[in-house]
Design a binder for this molecule. Structure first.
Ligand SMILES: NC(=O)N[C@@H](CC(=O)O)C(=O)O
Ligand SMILES: [Zn+2]
Ligand SMILES: [Zn+2]
Length: 426
């Protein structure tokens, strides 16, 4: 007996057409896609006219497990992912301890298998403890299933260390994923350096703290032949550096977050740490450059940088509260509403491409398409349903979002991961 999805419209990714299609799922596989299928012996799920797309893939998620379970666990974080339409997430190694051993890779895979609502692929740290002093055993970490290497949360400060990391990553065929931040430039900043930080009298983080690392690491990627992936790009000159590197034939890819596409530092009043994130929200010029980069192919994909913190932590003063926003449960409705429905700056198929197809291609992961014989990772969206974002509704333990109270439409109503229904809402 399989699961038969009826009364749905399949998004044709090339043309954007919505085709009336029924889908039969057996085991972990999409067995058949046709205009009409025989229901005999199958569990029928009525999609109520919803739009079927490939399950979303988020290459930048902080699951906080092990060690920081008061912020999030693999169970709550993946439940939030499933609710947001995700079937795969890549988790960041800035946990406690840092994910820098094969044993910790195993812990992630085993816990996700037991308690997870989506697939979890872990990144391993570049340096032991993320301290930037000594490289991890990258080969052993690859053998244990690392999907790439990153010290996200901090930048690798020493260029020579990054060069050696890239040489090893190149040999292993895995990407180096950078949190681009030169600490000698970012210092103790808590928001973007500019007009707004000056007005508020808060210490700033200049855009060049990001772009000098992007440019440096692009040149190191050229030297070593490694694949460089740039996390959460936020600065106009950093987007330009990626564009330049791509033109030069350097193997570089990049991601942008929903908040850097939709918000600027103008929204910060210096009292609410739910507006504090790293890299910081920047200027309208930077925001536009990120959107332009996404549309012209400079930026390959959207990633949320889901970074849950406790309510208590985010109630601290702006200068001392931790950086980070949650994002998994709101990313699609926010971007669909703001960039597709309201302003037509993107098409639905472009958005789905950036959230599912591109991450699967760039990181060579299963999924990213809805096709016969392929893995049954898919999401059904109700593009009409409008709701107000209320952090109290989140499955994540995190409530830290600057988007509370925003009205958005396009909510995921069904998520299927490897043939299993991981999220379903009437
Ligand atoms: N993005 C953030 O503001 N915070 C992240 C770290 C990171 O992604 O650099 C976190 O781990 O909380
Ligand atoms: Zn980061
Ligand atoms: Zn991050």
């Amino acid at each position: 007996m399989g699961i038969l999805l009826k009364n749905g419209k399949l998004l044709e990714l090339e043309t954007g057409e919505l085709l009336p299609r029924e889908i039969l799922i057996e085991g972990k596989t999409i067995q058949k896609i046709a205009e009409q299928l025989d229901t005999t012996g199958h569990e029928v799920v009525d999609l109520g006219g919803g739009v079927i797309v490939p399950g979303f893939i988020d290459m930048h998620v902080h699951l906080r497990d092990p060690g920081l379970e008061y912020k999030e666990t693999i169970e709550t974080g993946t439940r939030a992912a499933a609710k947001g339409g995700f079937t795969t997430v890549a988790c960041m190694p800035n946990t406690k301890p840092i994910l820098d051993t094969p044993e910790l890779m195993n812990y992630i895979y085993e816990t996700a298998e037991k308690t997870g609502y989506c697939k979890v692929v872990p990144y391993a740290a570049i340096t032991c403890g993320g301290r930037g002093e000594e490289l991890t055993d990258m080969q052993a970490l690859k053998e244990a299933g690392a999907v790439g290497f990153t010290d996200d949360g901090v930048g690798v400060q020493v260029a020579g260390m990054m060069r050696t990391a890239m040489e090893r990553a190149k040999e292993l065929g895995l990407p180096i994923v950078i949190h681009a931040e030169d600490e000698s430039l970012s210092g103790k900043g808590c928001m973007n350096e500019g007009e707004v930080s000056k007005r508020l009298g808060l210490p700033g983080i200049p855009g060049v703290a990001e772009s000098v690392h992007v440019a440096r690491d692009a040149l190191l990627a050229e030297l070593t032949g490694a694949h460089l992936h740039v996390c959460h790009i936020s600065d106009a000159s950093a987007v330009d550096a990626v564009r330049w590197a791509k033109r030069r034939g350097i193997r570089v890819t990049a991601e942008v977050t929903p908040h850097h596409l939709l918000l600027t530092d103008e929204g910060i009043d210096g009292t609410d740490a739910n507006w504090k994130v790293n890299p910081p929200l920047r200027t309208e010029n930077d925001r536009k450059a990120c959107l332009e980069g996404l549309l012209d192919g400079t930026i390959d994909m959207i990633a949320t940088d889901h970074a849950p913190h406790s309510v208590e932590e985010k109630q601290r003063a702006f200068q001392v509260a931790p950086f980070g926003f949650v994002g998994l449960e709101t990313v699609f409705p926010l971007l669909y509403t703001e960039l597709v429905a309201k302003s037509q700056q993107m098409t639905l198929q472009q958005l789905v491409h950036k959230m599912a197809v591109a991450p699967a291609e760039v990181f060579d992961l299963p999924g990213g398409r809805v096709a016969e014989g392929g893995v049954a990772d898919l999401t059904v969206l109700n593009l009409e349903e409008e709701r107000i974002i209320d952090p109290n509704d989140f499955a994540s333990k995190g409530r830290n979002t600057p988007f509370a109270g925003w009205k958005a439409k396009g909510w995921p109503v069904l998520t299927v991961c490897e043939g299993r229904i991981t999220h379903s809402r009437p």
